[in-house]
Design a protein around this ligand. Structure first.
Ligand code: IMP
Length: 171
């Protein structure tokens, strides 16, 4: 099945390099706990941390909020942090901010754990769907309200392995 390419592999890599440079500059040698949000952000977080030249401690969280192409309106933590983030610089790394519910809820959960700083990096952002206003500190791409797949993002568990971001098409 062929999907229209929305963002090429090359454009993704170039943008991630830029974000990595910005993050490196802004944390200025301070240690950073990067929290990758599974499953969607696994590829983005893997590429992003290779462009961050400050000491990184990588953690993962798994949350679920999505069924098919409609948000269910709540999130569940399926995998939690292994270590304390109290007093640490924390960077949440998400695949996409759609309605904003996941990130808003996650930020709230992590803020309660007393980090020194808490920021958000997201690969994608759909402004037209953003009902829960959230600030994205490091955004790779803003996109139209289309269901996208690839580079970690799935439709019913499929297409995560694609090296580019494509628009999902039926049939
Ligand atoms: P939100 O809570 O509505 O912001 O949804 C965020 C989650 O929904 C993301 O982490 C994705 O897993 C999923 N999601 C939202 N839009 C898309 C899409 O276009 N393609 C694939 N997954 C999506």
């Amino acid at each position: 099945m062929a999907h229209d390419v929305l963002i090429s592999k090359e454009d993704i890599q170039k943008r991630i390099q830029e974000l990595g440079e910005q993050i490196t500059k802004e944390y200025d040698g301070e240690e950073l706990v990067v929290v990758g949000v599974l499953n969607g952000a696994f590829m983005f977080v893997a590429d992003l941390i290779r462009e961050i030249k400050t000491p990184v401690h990588l953690e993962f969280m798994a949350v679920s909020s999505y069924e098919g192409t409609k948000s269910t309106g709540e999130i569940k933590v399926n995998l939690d942090l292994k270590e304390s983030i109290s007093g640490k610089n924390v960077l949440i790394v998400e695949d996409i901010v759609d309605t904003g519910l996941t990130v808003k809820t996650l930020r709230g959960i992590l803020q309660q754990k007393g980090p020194k700083s808490l920021r958000l990096a997201s690969l994608l952002y759909k402004p037209s769907r953003n009902v829960h206003k959230v600030a994205i500190d490091y955004l790779a791409f803003e996109i139209e309200d289309k269901f996208v797949i690839g580079y970690g993002l799935d439709f019913d568990g499929k297409f995560r392995e694609l090296p580019y971001i494509g628009v999902y098409s039926h049939g």
